[in-house]
Design a protein. Sequence first.
Length: 220
Amino acid sequence: MHSHRTALALVGTLVACQPPSPTPEEALIARGRALFFNETFGGNGRTCATCHREEDNFALTPGFIATLPPDDPLFVAEFTPALAQNFENPRLMREFGLILENLDGFDSLATRFTMRGVPATRSLRTSVQSPQGPRTGWSGDGAPADGSLRAFAMGAVIQHFTKTLSRIPGVDFRLPTDGRPSCSFPCHSKARWPREAKRFFSMAAWASATSVTATRERTR
């Protein structure tokens, strides 16, 4: 009888020690974190975290850049011949932390581009959940096509993840779609969004949670 009670007590202790199952929001945040740090979309090796560095408050500063090894994916333009011209400006990146953006399209890469810094992520929950829709990029101008969060993420893949300047989906990178022709970029109808589009809301949930945590830490 005593051993039976002991066994039951041991089982009860083990059950009590089990971590609680994550809530749906926690699971979404965890999935988003994994995508943010690990997903390359079959491109040049970059991930979202290549330019938004957790160790640098999700920003990208010259001082931090100086600590990175030469083969870091951030410097892909320096060791990939196909990206040597008009993909990044290595000097401005290393000196000022600037990233090249083709906001007006890819018709004239040598003359139509913008150099931008990578600011720390703050108030992302407010931006993503804006009544006017997701406000991404700088003042909401960071998303192509319909300006949605999905379009913003797809634009980032096309701009920063490509293997060559041809930027051919399925060759230079993998677009976040389920392969349906009706959802090739751009896709304006939410009803036609592929299931992989949910990945970006995972990333948004994780980034928003991270932003809230960072804000609390700064205000203590």
